[in-house]
Design a protein around this ligand. Structure first.
Ligand SMILES: NC(=O)C1=CN([C@@H]2O[C@H](COP(=O)(O)OP(=O)(O)OC[C@H]3O[C@@H](n4cnc5c(N)ncnc54)[C@H](OP(=O)(O)O)[C@@H]3O)[C@@H](O)[C@H]2O)C=CC1
Ligand SMILES: O=CC(=O)O
Length: 291
């Protein structure tokens, strides 16, 4: 099966590599075309533009940074829309808001194409290990067709109904994750300033009711001030911003998420946006110093 893949960042590279390793023929495109080279070494073909990829493939997957990138790849010159047609599918796995997803869905379906949004939960390592959680919504027939690919990229796929539901579920999850990361950072700073060993705090947390893979994985590297990007902080802040907008629409008060968003914004403003989202810890430390 020939599958298209647009966007070879941290996630897209790992996901498309898994498809290749598991017998899919994959045609890739990335805005910075040189990032296609490693995939080509593993057997991928290159499409010169998103339109060229869609022309060649029955369905095409996208994994792009944010709403503006997702819209640009579909609507701009040489974009997806130029070649989408009867029976072709487009699956956007980027984390975007429901409005963005709906705009793309309407454009694709107006050309008789099929659309599925399918954002994922899980970071660089789960993407490399084919252990993502896939939150799909939209055209059920395309979901069924994509299951063999989803089973390679993920450990579990959910079909959540109409377009927008996948995007909303992803934003709710990441709003919780971003708030937790801030609480965790504050806890590490509080332990340290109170004269406690932060490693002991990690051990205690890991044995109690709030043990979780994020604290387990990020805690040791945060203590070492090491923030090699798995999930870039600028994307986590984008997700907080979009989740807060969803809260506005639904009149849901989210003071904890709003405070966490401010911390991520602060981290971006001091140049930490391309580091892992756990680098918000650096900002929390500074705030604590100045108070
Ligand atoms: N990293 C993670 O842990 C997770 C990320 N996500 C979500 O997945 C998506 C991708 O994340 P990730 O791979 O980490 O991000 P990266 O920043 O590593 O990659 C972003 C990708 O988007 C492309 N891109 C950015 N702007 C444009 C544009 N205007 N036009 C075309 N392409 C563009 C980049 O191209 P170029 O190489 O040219 O810059 C690159 O391929 C995001 O929505 C993120 O929120 C979801 C779950 C986990
Ligand atoms: O979106 C990020 C993740 O870890 O999931």
């Amino acid at each position: 099966m020939e599958v298209g893949f647009l966007g070879l960042g941290i996630m897209g590279k790992a996901m498309s590599m898994n498809l290749l390793r598991n017998g899919f023929k994959v045609t890739v495109w990335n805005r910075t075309l040189s990032k296609c080279d490693e995939l080509v070494e593993h057997g991928a073909s290159i499409g010169e533009t998103p339109a060229a990829v869609v022309k060649k493939c029955k369905y095409t997957i996208a994994m792009l940074s944010d709403p503006s990138a997702a819209l640009s790849v579909v609507f701009d010159q040489d974009g997806v829309l130029e070649q989408i047609s009867d029976g072709k599918g487009y699956i956007d796995m980027s984390t975007v808001d429901a409005d963005t997803s709906s705009k793309i869905s309407e454009a694709i379906t107006s050309k008789n194409g099929y659309f599925l949004e399918a954002p994922v939960s899980g970071s660089k390592k789960p993407a490399e290990d084919g252990q993502l959680v896939i939150l799909a919504a939209g055209e059920k027939a395309l979901y069924d067709e994509a299951i063999p690919a989803f089973n390679i990229m993920g450990k579990k796929s959910f079909f959540l109904g109409q377009v927008g539901n996948g995007a909303k579920m992803k934003l709710v999850v990441n709003m919780i994750m971003g708030s937790m990361m801030n609480a965790f950072s504050e806890g590490l700073v509080l332990a340290d300033r109170s004269g406690l060993n932060p490693h002991a705090l990690l051990d205690v947390l890991d044995l109690g009711a709030i043990a979780n893979p994020m604290f387990r994985m990020k805690g040791p590297t945060m203590i070492q001030n090491s923030y090699s990007p798995a999930f870039p902080l600028k994307h986590q802040q984008k997700d907080m911003r979009l989740a807060l907008a969803l809260g506005d629409e639904n009149a849901v008060s989210m003071p904890v998420a709003a405070a966490a968003n401010e911390a991520f914004k602060k981290a971006r403003s001091v140049g930490l946006g391309d580091l892992d989202f756990s680098a918000v810890y650096e900002t929390v430390k500074v705030v604590e110093h100045s108070s």
